[in-house]
Design a binder for this molecule. Structure first.
Ligand SMILES: [Zn+2]
Length: 461
């Protein structure tokens, strides 16, 4: 029997996980996750099938979307994206996002406010880590206006912050002086908080258009060709400062003047995400007079995005193309919709009526193993079922899929490539004390593949 604490207002997911661990005397994350799954009657599911954040939502007695929107930084990190841009934050239609990214941090370290800790102890009987304090670039408490404390390792989220105050670093005065009065940084934070409280992302495809329009009015370079006009990235460095940028988007802190940085300048011309939400928020904070004006422009782009997706969803998709996309997407409805550049709701009903179920990764891989054993290796049905390593209900799914599709197609499907991105490492975000230690110009030339310690030592020259 588990003791379940109450999740507190704006408590970040990992803080709540830590509270559950402490109440039950567990110090292993995997062990407590397994116990939570048993507690909610889902002990037979794997972590793939049931992401940890979904389990936390269940014991907090709320639905996954509400828990993700109120207790994770995912709405910030996916606030502006081209990847499943029509998917609501926390939607169970795409558990891969919840599993791989649901509980990620938005910046390195764990940040807290001394005054908030005292208030929480007096009001709730325990201290906790607030979600809003973890937003990149925030160095002071929005409620109390005092500098934040921070621990460098994210594992600290699992402990109560009042127990760590003696070990915490404090954001120092010079930092605050340089940042708290900077209007561009204030704009950045205001837009970030708005994204944190939204139900779904803004679509990059529409935002790059409004950013480009504003950039052209200011005579900035706005395409990927030879640089003949001032760069957005240089304007951002000049107005936000390299030191603060080193904590938010380090590639900017080290960039040479006049050199195009696609991660930042690309927000003006790339129709798929040039970078994380951060680059788009920086551009919006610089190009628009106030956060309010920027948010009005974002909302308008969102409305046109919604109309466009409605138009796409009514477009008739050929049956063969639908089947083919379903196979390429390994049976995932969300991925099928993405391949066909349509919405989940547009294909859901049709696939379902074709008896093609929405599959998770485990079910798909089990089916591949079964098909190879039964059709290629000629094993018996019962041996093939045990080779597949699945329960009889997955065999039922297989029969449905195979009855509709050609088995050879299934066998030809290759596993998705492992790893994400191009393999080129980007410099990590620095904590305030690390930037304070760094001396000399930030625009030093060096490879992003250098380790954090090596980069710091180069900066110190
Ligand atoms: Zn506070």
């Amino acid at each position: 029997m588990l003791n379940i604490p109450t999740v507190l207002p704006n408590e970040i997911d990992r803080s709540y996980l830590g509270a559950v661990m402490r109440q039950n005397g567990d110090n292993k994350e995997s062990a407590i996750i397994a116990k939570i799954a048993l507690h909610v009657g889902l002990g037979d599911k794997t972590r793939r099938q049931l992401p940890a954040i979904e389990l936390l939502g269940k014991i907090a007695q709320t639905d996954t979307q509400t828990f993700v929107r109120q207790h994770s930084t995912l709405p910030y990190r996916r606030g502006i994206t081209s990847y499943f841009a029509d998917l609501r934050h926390g939607s169970e239609d795409n558990r891969n996002i919840l599993r791989d990214s649901g509980m990620r941090v938005a910046r390195p370290g764990a940040y807290c406010c001394h005054a908030c800790i005292e208030h929480d102890l007096a009001t709730h009987g325990r201290s906790y880590w607030h979600r809003e304090h973890q937003i990149p670039g925030l160095l002071w408490c929005p409620t109390h206006g005092t500098p934040l404390h921070y621990m460098e390792h994210e594992r600290s989220f699992l402990r109560a912050p009042d127990q760590l105050l003696d070990e915490c670093r404090l954001v120092t005065e010079p930092w605050l002086k340089n940042t708290i009065d900077n209007q561009f940084i204030k704009n950045f934070l205001a837009i970030s908080f708005e994204l944190l409280n939204r139900e779904r992302p803004f679509d990059v495809k529409h935002i790059s258009g409004i950013l480009k329009k504003e950039a052209l009015l200011r005579g900035l370079h706005s395409h990927c060709g030879k640089v003949k006009a001032p760069l957005l990235s240089d304007a951002i460095i000049e107005n936000f400062g390299r030191e603060w940028l080193a904590t938010v988007m380090p590639t900017l802190a080290y960039k040479q003047q006049g050199k195009l940085l696609s991660q930042m300048d690309g927000v003006l011309y790339l129709t798929t995400s040039a970078s994380s939400s951060t680059a788009y928020i920086l551009a919006l904070s610089y190009l628009f007079e106030t956060p309010e004006v920027a948010l009005i422009a974002l909302t308008r782009s969102d409305e046109s995005s919604f109309k466009a997706s409605r138009a796409r969803s009514t477009h008739k998709i050929d049956q063969h193309d639908l089947k083919s996309a379903y196979l390429k997407a390994h049976g995932s409805y969300a991925k099928t919709a993405n391949l066909l550049k349509t919405t989940y709701s547009a294909i859901c009903g049709r696939l379902s009526s074709m008896k093609l179920p929405n599959l998770d990764d485990d079910s798909w891989q089990s089916m591949q193993r079964f098909a190879a054993a039964y059709f290629v290796e000629g094993k018996s049905l019962s041996d093939s079922v045990s080779t597949g390593g699945f329960a009889i209900d997955v065999l039922d799914i297989f029969v449905r899929v195979a009855g509709t599709l050609i088995t050879d197609d299934l066998l030809e499907m290759k596993k998705p490539k492992s790893g994400r991105g191009s393999g080129i490492r980007r410099p990590l975000k620095l904590a305030p004390n690390e930037v304070a230690l760094a001396k000399g110009p930030m625009a030093t030339k060096f490879s992003p593949n250098l380790r954090r310690e090596q980069r710091l030592s180069l900066l110190a020259v």
